[in-house]
Design a protein around this ligand. Structure first.
Ligand code: ZN
Length: 389
């Protein structure tokens, strides 16, 4: 059932299914491979299946997705499933409510929860707290304590350690101790896109499962099922812009299909984005563009900024099409045809592929809580350089 939700990775999934069927799962895995290809999605599916209360004896079937346990797992509330990633140390401090530090704690907690929310929406998302460099010792101590208790509901405890290369030294040593004498009822899944940075002694205690890049055809099939409303060109564009990264693809497809729904506020945002772009590229109107950038960063939500940028992506796509084929009729924004033509005439050299990549990177940064003004300013400089030289 839920294994069907995993895109690609059939080789890796089959290895896990076979081990499950033979009841021969390793006690610790290291899922390695590039970012955004579904390593954690597979880890969560395995954790869900091990705890599903209506688990079929046939491991091919996966979890039921509807029992209490599966629902808890999907909501990140399962008592047997721990998800660890680098967090800000203030989250782990003992907090005295009478101190002003408490405010810092609750702010950090809100940031943490926002990341978990994002993870729920996008299983390929890798949460990163801006002010955090490492997985801290306290986080592993917490796992150590939790490992001492038997799992509830007859399932199995699963500890998923995201970005395992970021374990700090003492956290890594603590984890090593756990891995040296692993409790039978705990399954460790370390996930890393830089496994070479993990202590060799930890690596050697894990069964390594290497994940591969998603093939364009697999991604296109998945996207067309996920966004039935999007047309083929947009899908192909997302596939090429995301370069096998499912996290990017899902973010992009959402921004673009939201945009494609083109409500009136969406249309206003699009027009504002195009005006901003025009000002940016017209030397005597640069001041206006800077003012507008400040204004956007101050008054728009992250979603609105992302939506503006997504509409620029579609505009760039139109320019690119028209540059290659001046008679191209399938414009995303037929009402902007004259602007598209002017762009093609005025800016002959730019690599709109690079422009698109810069745009989608900026969308992701904005959605990942980067400072809107700094991010938009850096983006402005970058595309001005790419387009106008
Ligand atoms: Zn279930």
């Amino acid at each position: 059932m839920s294994w069907d939700n995993i895109i690609g990775q059939s080789l890796q999934v089959n290895i896990l299914k076979k081990s499950l069927a033979a009841d021969r799962l390793a006690h610790a895995y290291l899922f390695s491979g590039p970012e955004g290809i579904g390593k954690e999605a597979v880890a969560f599916e395995l954790a869900k299946q091990l705890n599903c209360s209506q688990r079929s004896p046939d491991p091919q079937k996966g979890s039921c997705d509807i029992c209490e346990s599966c629902l808890q797992a999907t909501a990140f509330l399962h008592p047997n499933i721990e998800y660890v990633f680098p967090v800000e140390s203030v989250l782990l401090d003992q907090i005295d409510p009478s101190k002003s530090e408490n405010k810092k704690f609750s702010e950090a907690k809100a940031r943490y929860e926002a990341l978990i929310e994002q993870k729920k929406r996008n299983p390929y998302f890798t949460p990163v707290m801006e002010r955090s460099m490492a997985i801290l010792t306290e986080q592993v101590s917490d796992l150590q304590q939790k490992a001492a208790f038997m799992p509830s509901g007859g399932g199995r405890k699963v500890f998923i350690i995201s970005q395992a290369e970021k374990l700090n030294q003492s956290a890594a040593n603590k984890l090593l101790k756990l891995l040296e004498e692993p409790p039978k009822h705990v399954l460790f899944i370390l996930v890393s896109s830089r496994p070479e940075s993990i202590l060799p002694t930890i690596r050697s205690r894990c069964q390594i499962l290497k994940f591969s890049r998603i093939k364009p055809a697999e991604m296109e099939a998945w996207l067309s099922a996920a966004c039935p409303a999007a047309d083929e060109d947009i899908l192909r564009f997302i596939v090429s812009a995301s370069r096998g990264n499912l996290e990017k693809a899902l973010d992009l497809s959402r921004s673009i299909t939201d945009q494609a729904a083109m409500t009136l506020p969406g249309l206003e945002l699009r027009n504002r984005a195009i005006d901003w772009l025009r000002n940016l590229l017209t030397p005597r109107r640069l001041q206006e563009a800077i003012r507008e950038t400040e204004e956007m960063a101050k008054n728009l939500s992250r979603q609105e900024i992302a939506s503006m940028l997504a509409s620029l992506l579609l505009f760039f796509q139109d320019i690119n099409h028209r540059r290659i084929d001046p008679r191209w009729e399938g414009l995303n924004n037929p009402d902007l045809e004259s602007s598209v033509i002017r762009f093609v005439q005025n800016f002959r050299k730019p690599d709109f592929y690079e422009v698109s990549v810069a745009t989608e990177t900026t969308i992701r940064s904005i959605m990942r809580n980067a400072n809107p003004f700094l991010t938009l300013s850096a983006y402005a400089i970058r595309i001005k350089q790419l387009i106008a030289g």
